[in-house]
Design a protein around this ligand. Structure first.
Ligand code: DAH
Length: 345
């Protein structure tokens, strides 16, 4: 039998196989000692040197071809098996519906977490890590390391919930995550840190004792205000899925120099004035700035070699603007009529 005929016969037999074991048998048969290909190779010893050369090359080629056909066939069987098992484990959504029919309700994400996750995704896509930090902090992480010494008037800006030991407190901002993040890494790095923060404040439509921030920080040898503006603009256009009007004002925060306030035109009233924007048409959204050298030092980073930007995004107001919520107190009301208006699983 010629090599061509051997391969054709093999192909036909391969097509007829039903399972991986059949393919392996077939392979063993054709390539094995008594196999038709081996017969040809054995016959080579009686051939002329010329014939031996061409026939030998052809036989080797055929062997490779057969091995490739076998591998492809086995992969096809394996894919079939996987598909079949996936079909068997199909999720039965009608079960969920029947549970719902019995009056049970599916859970969902709180609107603050919906936005938090979206923003984390945006930053992760820009190469940022997502860090966590403790709610209970010490003075050093919440104030000192952030260039807010004992006597500094900025401590009055934040009415703090202190523990009885007068040393520990509920963090008043997520800037504490900056300090922890810096200590654990070497520049260059960039990360965000979302979470709850606590202040002893009188509550009204736009103030709560517990609210949510997302801190951000980027440190490296040549980080500039240009980087800060680029990342903030990208973030806001991704969040609002449209161009939003922004304005930058100088702002004072002990941990940045220079510091800025980035405001956006109120999306609830379009700038006419409402309770969310305190009737000024603009909402303070994003305080930010270039990291103060003292803060870099506290984080174990050499301010001669590195600089960075930082920002602290308030999440609650974003949620309110996205969903048209006019009172921050709804967010912690625990009222199911409120919660169930958002994405469920
Ligand atoms: N920690 C500030 C606050 O809670 C917000 C803030 C301002 C964070 C400026 C920053 C920043 O990182 O650069 O009010």
């Amino acid at each position: 039998m010629s090599i061509k005929a051997i391969i054709e016969k093999f192909q036909a037999e391969l097509d007829a196989t039903q399972k991986v074991a059949d393919v392996l048998n077939l392979k063993a048969h054709i390539l094995g000692k008594q196999g038709s290909l081996s017969e040809i190779l054995k016959g080579l010893k009686d051939a002329t040197p010329e014939e031996r050369k061409t026939l030998g090359a052809e036989a080797n080629q055929a062997k490779i071809q057969i091995e490739d056909l076998v591998t492809a066939k086995i992969s096809a069987f394996e894919a079939q098996e996987i598909n079949a098992s996936l079909l068997k484990t199909k999720i039965d959504f009608s079960l969920r519906d029947s549970i719902m029919d019995k009056g049970l309700r599916a859970g969902g994400l709180h609107p603050v977490h919906i936005i938090q996750r979206e923003i984390e995704d945006i930053f992760v896509s820009m190469g940022f890590e997502v860090l966590d930090g403790p709610h209970i902090e010490d003075e050093w992480h919440n104030f000192e390391a952030l260039n807010i010494p004992d006597t500094h008037p900025a401590r009055d800006m934040q009415d703090t919930f202190w523990f009885a030991d007068k040393k520990h407190l509920l963090r008043t901002h997520t800037s504490t995550i900056q300090v922890r993040g810096m200590k654990e890494r070497k520049p260059p790095f960039r990360f965000v840190g979302p979470g709850k923060v606590f202040r002893c404040e009188r509550t009204d439509a736009s103030h709560e004792m517990c609210f949510h921030q997302l801190e951000g920080m980027m440190v490296g040898e040549d980080v500039s205000i240009g980087h800060l503006i680029y990342f903030m603009k990208t973030l806001l256009s991704e969040i609002f899925k449209r161009e939003v009007e922004v304005r930058l004002r100088p702002g004072f925060f002990p941990f940045v120099e220079p510091g800025f306030e980035l405001d956006i035109k109120c999306l609830i009233c379009g700038g006419k004035g409402c309770s969310v924007c305190k009737h000024v048409g603009w909402v303070e959204l994003l305080p930010c700035g270039m990291v103060h050298p003292n803060v870099l030092k506290a984080g174990g980073i050499d301010p001669e070699k590195n600089n960075g930007f930082a920002f602290g995004l308030g999440l609650d107001r974003l949620v309110m603007m996205r969903y048209g919520i006019d009172d921050i107190r709804h967010l912690h009301s625990g009222d199911l009529r409120f919660n169930q208006q958002f994405k469920t699983f």
